[in-house]
Design a protein around this ligand. Structure first.
Ligand code: SF4
Ligand code: SF4
Length: 379
């Protein structure tokens, strides 16, 4: 398993995480098999948003004395008052369900307390006005949660919340189809119509959000990595071509700021398949063919696909481009963490011998030699 640092929290997350939604309404044996398989494979982060007592108790029981091995994202505001999954912005209700989460799991802490489903300006206003953010901050002060997170599908609202500075981690819906959907679109309700949309390019608001997260050391965990399974089917994918799990996972993991993709599993076999990504080749992970027709060959924007490899002096071109893009957000204030990451690369822009072989291979006309020079000068 590979692990990535969760921003400034001092925690590290496995790049493959566990989404637990499919464990809802399943017998304990299924929950136990899945959780134990995840732990045994080195998965150390899971999302748990379901509000029901039984699934929470089953997960707590399955974790048992291995509780400390798992980073749990537990949600503040996820309730089941009128529907199976419901949202509350009432402080007392949020407190009640969060306290119940601790009790159900038989634990005295939740690693990341998540401000749930932040998809609208109204929700943003309510969590501040109703004392829910203060509640999360108090939980953090008391050590009941280690970090504050949020979950969102809306890049504009998410960005506003992140700019308040209270959030350490964001769980966000990332896949190539959502990324090419204009920022104002409700990706959940339009999932069925995505095939009708005319994709042009990766939405700049979303691309900017991911760069902002890495710049600010806010970790991203990913949901909807496989687009609810639609991206794996030529019939249902908006790209009219099936992607593989490895391509979807790799796409998510190569966005700036991303530390882990949460893959929904309900058996040991599915956990094994999800972790199988780690054993795939660069060729099997390559998602470029899927987005090539949409991104536009002359865009000049790096999508971090690594299609330009190999480089004769072993520069990880996608990573240099990624750090350059983040640094270019504010050249006067390049974060020390980005400088450190860049300088820790085995080869940097300064090592480029301008052979040009990468530019011949890049489908998006990225001026790679120029970018290597800019990175060398900037860093
Ligand atoms: S031009 Fe530079 S970055 Fe590109 S392959 Fe050659 S040495 Fe590597
Ligand atoms: S420079 Fe081109 S080929 Fe290389 S990672 Fe970026 S988009 Fe992909």
């Amino acid at each position: 398993m590979d692990y990535r640092k969760i921003g400034k929290t001092g925690l590290s997350a496995s790049v493959i995480g566990l989404g637990s939604e499919h464990l809802d309404n399943k017998p304990y044996a299924v929950v136990e098999e899945t959780i134990h398989a995840a732990l045994d494979q080195g998965i150390n982060i899971m999302d748990l948003f379901m509000p029901g007592d039984e699934v929470r108790q089953n997960i707590g029981k399955a974790l048992g004395n291995r509780r400390k091995e798992m980073i749990i994202q537990g949600h503040i505001g996820s309730v089941d008052l009128s529907e199976q999954y419901d949202v509350s912005r009432d402080l007392a209700t949020c407190q009640h369900y969060f306290e119940k989460l601790l009790k159900n799991l038989d634990t005295d802490y939740i690693d990341v307390g998540m401000l749930f489903f932040m998809d609208s300006d109204e929700a943003l206003e309510q969590i501040f006005a109703n004392g829910i953010v203060d509640y999360a901050l108090e939980l953090k002060r008391k050590g009941i949660i280690r970090a504050i997170g949020t979950s969102s599908h809306n890049p504009v609202v998410a960005r506003k919340l992140l700019e308040t500075g209270v959030v350490d981690l964001m769980m966000f819906s990332i896949n190539p189809a959502f990324d090419m959907t204009p920022a104002g679109t409700d990706v959940l309700s339009t999932m069925e119509e995505l095939s009708e949309q005319q994709y042009v390019t990766i939405d700049p608001v979303r691309a900017e959000l991911y760069k902002y997260c890495e710049q600010q050391e806010i970790a991203i965990t990913v949901m909807k990595t496989l687009g609810g399974g639609r991206l794996l089917s030529a019939e249902h994918s908006p790209f009219k071509k099936a992607m593989t799990v490895a391509q979807c996972v790799h796409y998510a993991l190569t966005r700036p700021g991303v530390v882990s993709t949460m893959i929904g599993c309900q058996s040991a076999k599915q956990v094994e398949e999800a972790v199988g990504y780690l054993h795939t080749t660069e060729q099997q992970r390559d998602y470029m063919e899927i987005i090539r027709n949409y991104q536009g060959e002359g865009s000049g924007q790096c999508v971090y696909c690594n299609h330009c490899q190999p480089c004769p002096v072993d520069i990880d071109i996608a990573m240099v481009n990624k750090y350059l893009d983040i640094a270019l957000l504010d050249t006067a204030n390049v974060p020390p963490s980005i400088r450190q990451h860049y300088n820790a690369l085995p080869a940097t822009g300064a090592d480029c011998i301008a052979c040009g072989s990468c530019e011949d291979k890049c489908p998006f006309s990225v001026p790679i030699i120029r970018n290597m020079e800019r990175a060398r000068d900037l860093f």
